[in-house]
Design a protein around this ligand. Sequence first.
Ligand code: PAF
Length: 296
Amino acid sequence: MQVLEQIRDLRIARQAYAPADVGFVPTMGYLHAGHLHLVEQARRDNAHVIVSIFVNPTQFAPHEDLATYPRNMERDLHLLAEAGVDLVFAPPVSAIYPDDYNTYVEVGGVTEMLEGAARPTFFRGVATVVCKLFNIVQPTRAYFGQKDYQQTIVVRQMTRDLNLPVEVVVCPTVRERDGLAMSSRNSYLSVTERRAAPVLYQALIAARRHYQQGARDAELLREVMRNMLATEPLAKPEYVSVADPQTLQELAQVGDQGAVLSLAVRIGPARLIDNMLLEPRPTETEHRLKGDPHDE
Ligand code: PAF
């Protein structure tokens, strides 16, 4: 496995893979099973796999955890070599943002709510670095986890709007046995906080159960999530949302488009997010094919 820090070297190495397909997994390091699942999928779909490790300063607000964001390059490289990655791109900040750097990518609409409302400069930083990494790596396909659902919508919108020749692939959230979505920030949790953290998943499951039993009133589903979060004293909810899965606009009723349930909750020093898709209502024909309309 090659490990490169400079854009010039990366471009030369990438040229050598042409014309074969290249899968790309952008990360901020401190890898977990969720990242490795993206790598596995990238390996299945492509002849070569490139992973970037870059803690992107522009997606952190000044009061956020850039300085303390967990890092372990040695362990990450070991995991990626074992996973069969061809090349790791781990640039210094100065390679991506030289002193005179002055261009940012702003995606409108889908960045305004949820994470965008809570962290106003976050998606500008994400879109900018992902656009730059796509231009540098020139992948055939790029892999993102559904855990960061809004990020996947923003990246898809940017890729479409800027005509970037990259296929964006979204892979399912990987969870711990108790349902907690894997995240590098889970490492901030103490033992007691870690025990409290699956309440996010429980809130999503409770709302999905109501949906499966026929509930379509979005405010009722939000209330179900709030009530479940309220059972855990350590959980401090920031938002719960039942939104259109494409536009991320809050819904009054869950209609044929289905919905995305999402939430952000503080537990101790960690700000955790999670989401779940409510699949669109099956058509009559699908009902008949599946038998019981409430089958999963
Ligand atoms: O999801 C992440 O880890 C980051 O937001 C990403 C996509 C690597 C951009 O820095």
